[in-house]
Design a protein around this ligand. Sequence first.
Ligand SMILES: Cc1cc2nc3c(=O)[nH]c(=O)nc-3n(C[C@H](O)[C@H](O)[C@H](O)COP(=O)(O)OP(=O)(O)OC[C@H]3O[C@@H](n4cnc5c(N)ncnc54)[C@H](O)[C@@H]3O)c2cc1C
Length: 382
Amino acid sequence: MKQHFFTEEHDMFRKSVRDFVTKNLLPHANEWEEAEDYPKTLFKTLADMNFLGIRYPEKYGGMGLDIFYDIVFYEELYRSRMPGLCLDVMVDTDMATPVLFKHGTEEQKTKYLTKMIKGEAVFAIGYTEPNAGSDVARIRSTAKKTEGGYILNGSKIFITNGTWADYIIVAAKTDSTKDHKGITLFLLDTKTKGFTVGRKLKKLGHHTSHTAELFFDDCFVPENMVVGEVNKGFYYIMEGFQTERIMGSVGVIALAQVALEDAVSYSKERMTFGKPISQHQAIAHKMVDMATQLEAARQLAYNGAWLLDQGEDATKEISMAKLYSCEVANRVTYDAIQVFGGYGYMEEYPVARAYRDARMFTIGAGTTEIMKEIIAKRMGLY
Ligand SMILES: Cc1cc2nc3c(=O)[nH]c(=O)nc-3n(C[C@H](O)[C@H](O)[C@H](O)COP(=O)(O)OP(=O)(O)OC[C@H]3O[C@@H](n4cnc5c(N)ncnc54)[C@H](O)[C@@H]3O)c2cc1C
């Protein structure tokens, strides 16, 4: 069906990503989910397909395409049934590196952004700390000025790609007397002395994602690894959240869409009381509600993406998309299990996994409650 956000070129791109995912990722889903791991070389494979620089300019090795190509990419990548792997890739290309592209120096872009696009380096983004998640301004990691650079101390938690990142965009206080006005972003090479990776964290879902605690003990970060201006980090983080939240919305909708499709197929085969369960009105209407809510969420996300691509301040619309899509996807995956009955509760059925994987999205990249706070402020309620 025609969609006004997508052209024939987007459709052709969709076909190529779908073919890639069907041939190269889907066959490994059960094995990699079970192992809670996959080969890091996958980033190189994705880069060779030009999937890691979709929106970045050609001069850095990217494709210079619009945001809807990125959306197509994630909608198809989530068909791999490995949301953890998808999150790792999303953090690498659309969450950690955009700030480098937007505010980094030409040298940083040529030297480091290009490595990510070629699949030669994996990136992470480190904001969250044991004592500060939603309240980013309260981070305690510090970066003290020294000759030729900064000395970084502190720790981070829940960091995606943390176990194996080659570079991390780290937020630290350069002025501890200030809240949000004292934060600076640094590009940290993980080979830096004093940097260590703690535990790989065991999670409810997103099992293929590489989530870790990180520690910085007197890490020297040279002056030329400051990203953007000193003490402007908080503003860059807030700006970057807009892309993160749109891509997160697209991801969770895609995840729930797969669960819905699974439920529909199963409902046509499973017989009770002499007919397929899809023909029991309660089940049919449940799936109608699932599809309708997902479609509404999708259109909110597409609209937010379009506004973002136009350079508009779409903070309210994007927060609404994130809020709605994450909540809806949790309801849809819950209902998908209901359609499957007891089988849905069994680990070997992908809907059980989808239900656990969806749960993360109302927390990561800004919780549901924080989305409501942002929207309330934009509505002039506070
Ligand atoms: C799988 C996973 C991957 C992640 N990856 C990364 C990553 O790569 N990099 C990174 O930096 N972080 C990452 N995070 C961290 C994530 O962004 C934080 O968990 C999130 O921002 C919430 O912070 P918190 O966990 O400290 O919860 P808190 O901020 O402590 O919130 C706890 C509860 O209080 C609520 N709350 C807080 N403040 C308010 C308020 N003002 N009004 C109403 N309710 C409020 C929250 O909504 C939540 O329900 C990841 C998290 C997960 C689970």
